[in-house]
Design a protein around this ligand. Structure first.
Ligand code: OAD
Length: 258
């Protein structure tokens, strides 16, 4: 019987099988098969909504109801979505590699729900909120109010409570971007999955990793902005490619350890 050709190279499987450190960068594409819209694909979020009206502090202070309503909607969609085979494969990869770090630009929390533990959230998490004045994290009760699309004020200082996500014009959390840069620098293999790689500084991480000697691989349904600068491009949906890849790595690791 003829074997079905794999979309990735044996070199990638070999590299992952012996890797001590793997860093993975994910973008909206990995959650597409969970039914969550990406940002820049046809019909994506930025085609339907204007970032300047919704995803920045000025917009929030000008019209908090509108912005909270939009995030309440996105939170509900993310809560109702289920992790897909790509998310689960990454959680499994974490159990196989001695040091595996998942760096995500996503805010949907599906990576955690699939079982990944070492996650760096570069753009925050839509399930959390905090006070714009005193930075106190929102309680479960306040989160429930926000989920109904209403605004909520901090009971301690009266400040508006906002989603814990990075908006346009804001810096990434320093701890997160530093930890991500460390993971990129130390990685033996770096996987860039489902991201258009046009938003910095995240888009720079695969390039930095390559500069430090990592074998850098992109997994995407089409070549991204950095496809020409990586070692291998694997074309295909993450929900199909990742389970196949992780199974092949598991098989190779088993052969090497027996
Ligand atoms: P984009 O919408 O820019 O890119 C999504 C990528 O996923 C594209 O390259 C698609 O080809 C790819 N893709 C779609 N379906 C896929 C699938 N099933 N398997 C694999 N790849 C698939 O999303 P991001 O790169 O994540 O930031 O966008 C980066 C940032 O831009 C977001 O975090 C957000 C946005 O503005 C903030 O809101 C701060």
């Amino acid at each position: 019987m003829n074997e079905i050709p794999r979309p990735f190279s044996p070199v990638l499987v070999d590299r992952l099988a012996v890797a001590g450190r793997v860093a993975v960068l994910t973008g909206a594409g990995i959650s597409a098969e969970s039914g969550l819209a990406t940002f820049r694909d046809p019909g994506g979020i930025w085609e339907q909504f204007r970032p300047e009206e919704l995803a920045n502090m000025t917009a929030f202070l000008h019209n908090p109801e509108l912005v909270q309503g939009w995030y309440a909607h996105r939170r509900k969609v993310a809560e109702e979505a289920r992790p897909n085979a790509g998310h689960y494969a990454l959680a499994e990869l974490e159990t196989m590699v001695p040091n595996c770090t998942l760096i995500t630009q996503n805010i949907d929390g599906l990576y955690n729900r699939a079982g990944s533990h070492h996650v760096i959230e570069l753009h925050g998490n839509i399930m959390r909120s905090y006070c714009v004045v005193c930075a106190r994290p929102a309680t479960a009760l306040e989160l429930a109010t926000l989920s109904e699309g209403a605004t909520a004020m901090c009971p301690e200082c009266g400040g508006l409570i906002r989603p814990d996500v990075v908006w346009f014009g804001e810096m990434l959390p320093e701890v997160a971007i530093n930890a991500a840069a460390d993971a990129a620098r130390e990685a033996d293999v770096f996987l860039s999955i489902g991201t258009s790689a046009v938003v910095y500084p995240a888009a720079n991480l695969p390039l930095e990793a390559r500069g430090w000697g990592a074998f850098v691989v992109e997994i995407n349904i089409e070549p991204s902005a950095i496809a020409n600068a990586v070692d291998e491009v694997v074309l295909g949906p993450a929900g199909r490619v990742l389970p196949e890849l992780v199974a092949a790595v598991w098989h190779k690791r088993t052969l090497l350890t027996n």
